[in-house]
Write a protein of this length. Structure first.
Ligand SMILES: C[S@@+](CC[C@H](N)C(=O)[O-])C[C@H]1O[C@@H](n2cnc3c(N)ncnc32)[C@H](O)[C@@H]1O
Length: 307
């Protein structure tokens, strides 16, 4: 795959909605403001918006105060709603923060939860909350609390029947093969416990793998030690889970806050059409390098020597 040159100025947005989508899918990551591009997408054309937006008040590239975060995010959410297909989803990876000022100083700021409520009020159906658990979270000084070892991933759907393929994300059963074979022959089938819980012991082991549950353990990657790389990369494993479960083969996946291009790399690897938008030119260049190489991650969880 060749590396497309990035023009010196942000490219103009085509007038024709299908040309807008075609450009995003062609470029992999397009240099532009998703606040301007998303409303131009064809209606009901996107199967999955998967993104890790700038978190409140956190990075040099985003200085959005947590008190104003919902107000900032809503126009993007509105445009994504219009562009999502009837079975389409919006999946947002986001992290809480401790308020630095104001009456909540020193407490967890509730902006993440306020965002969920606002999206639900807008019409996005809140399907599930996933926890991205980081087995290699970095220790530090966080006041009267432990280190941050997880982030939220919220799944919203446009309609009542979002695309969802549990089989695509099943994990190996924990029990032994002998036990699996024995259980498959269990003629008693569903058994109810005294407490009233029923367990279907017959069909559980006929799916080729276990339901992974909504806590996803993926090590954080540390791409910032690799040249000009993005400082807030999302590990490929996280994107992979949601792309596989929540977009059909050949479907359209868009990341409106594309950063280093992880979503596009992973979605294309799994046979989806993928593109994204990124405001900062240097990240667009970096994303295109990674897309061309088909590789977004550094070695998971390893800091470079001397760091
Ligand atoms: C948390 S980072 C995304 C990291 C990405 N998931 C990755 O793996 O590299 C958020 C990105 O959104 C970009 N961004 C912020 N506002 C934007 C906007 N209005 N349009 C496009 N990109 C934007 C920032 O420049 C930043 O690179």
């Amino acid at each position: 795959m060749h590396l497309q040159a990035v023009p010196r100025r942000e490219p103009p947005i085509p007038n024709d909605p299908s040309a807008v989508l075609a450009q995003l899918l062609d470029e992999g990551v397009t240099w532009g403001d998703s606040g301007l591009w998303l409303p131009k997408l064809p209606s009901k054309s996107v199967d999955l918006f998967f993104t890790s937006p700038p978190y409140a008040d956190q990075r040099a590239y985003s200085r959005i105060h947590p008190d104003r975060y919902v107000e900032w995010f809503l126009p993007f959410a509105r445009a994504m709603y219009d562009a999502a297909s009837d079975t389409g989803s919006l999946v947002i990876n986001i992290k809480n923060r401790v308020a630095k000022d104001g009456p909540l100083r020193g407490q967890r700021h509730p902006y993440v939860f306020q965002l969920v409520i606002a999206l639900q009020n807008m019409g996005w159906r809140w399907v599930e909350e996933y926890i991205w658990q980081k087995p290699n979270a970095i220790p530090g000084k966080f006041g009267p609390r432990t280190k941050d070892a997880f982030e939220h991933v919220f799944h919203f759907a446009r309609g009542t029947k979002p695309y969802f393929d549990l089989n695509a994300v099943r994990v190996p059963y924990k029990t032994t093969q002998d036990e699996i074979e024995r259980r498959k022959l269990d003629t008693n089938g569903r058994r109810n416990t005294e407490a009233g819980f029923g367990r279907d012991r017959v069909s559980t082991y006929r799916h080729g793998g276990a339901d992974p549950g909504n806590v996803i353990a993926v090590s954080q990657t540390y791409n910032q030690h690799r040249g000009v790389a993005h400082t807030a990369p999302m590990p490929e494993g996280l994107a992979e889970f949601f792309v596989k479960a929540m977009s059909p083969a050949g479907g359209v996946v868009i990341d409106p806050f594309a950063g280093g291009g992880t979503t596009t790399v992973v979605a294309r690897r799994h046979g989806r059409q993928a593109g994204g938008l990124e405001l900062h030119e240097e990240f667009v260049m970096e994303a295109r390098r990674r897309i061309a190489a088909g590789l977004a991650d550094d070695v998971p969880g390893r800091l470079a020597a001397g760091s």
